[in-house]
Design a protein around this ligand. Sequence first.
Ligand code: NAD
Length: 274
Amino acid sequence: MSDDAMKLVVVGAAGRMGQALIRLIHATDGVTLHAAVARPGSAFIGKDAGEIAGLGPIGIPMTDDPLAAFLHAEGVIDFTMPATSVTFAGLAAQARIVHIIGTTGCSDEDEAKFKAAARHARIVKSGNMGLGINLLSVLVEQAARALPSNDWDIEVLEMHHRHKVDAPSGTALLLGQAAAKGRGIDLNDSSVRVRDGHTGPRPAGTIGFATLRGGGVVGDHSVIFASESERLTLSHNAGDRSLFARGALQAALWARDKKPGFYSMLDVLGLSTR
Ligand code: NAD
């Protein structure tokens, strides 16, 4: 480990993404695990974070004290739950450290709190930390801009593992936002999130979402552009969680020397069209 390795705290350290992050930090030059934070009351508190992640002991016990964990850290990587991420955003802003947020299912109120915290912290937040989906979102925005809404309908289809608790996925919403941006419309006013029963015909100009859940699927997404006579499908399939963890570490290293602000993975990857 080099002396200037970035000291990172993983919160939600016992979770699926938390464990993937601990394994990847261990295997990556330029970053080091400073602390691992689990949910208060978790049976993992006091256990070695490396053991939980399947690495064997690494000498870092899981803690439920984020304040102590953030002291002398440079960044926190957070794939947890919306209310938890809001709390950690306040603490990371106080500690003036980088906060990478992968948590999905956040409300508009949560987003406003993240943006307030970003006056003091460097926050990178994305519903998907991977290069492939972020590139896909740029392509979706272009396609939505090029294909006129009176002829072409847009549907976003996603499938995830049976444990996922929010729907549509953060990635599906990210792709829907990209399509709405390309169309010059507000996704909140024009999305159809559920269909059931006698729905009537499809309202023109809307962006539809369909959600599948089952098995161990890490994340499959398709954006379908459908006209009367042709169909264009842009798709992505995630193979394993390490791709999100890799993106999160890349974001932390990118944000290390940035000014406080609210950034996305498009900024990190140089794909931003803002
Ligand atoms: P998970 O349920 O396996 O892990 C979440 C962990 O957070 C749990 O271990 C839980 O105990 C912990 N947690 C909750 N409250 C806490 C607290 N106060 N302090 C410390 N830890 C706390 O879920 P997961 O599959 O790892 O996903 C986590 C989140 O990340 C979800 O919102 C998921 O949708 C999202 N996700 C995002 C991306 C992305 O690229 N942005 C990729 C995968 C998953």
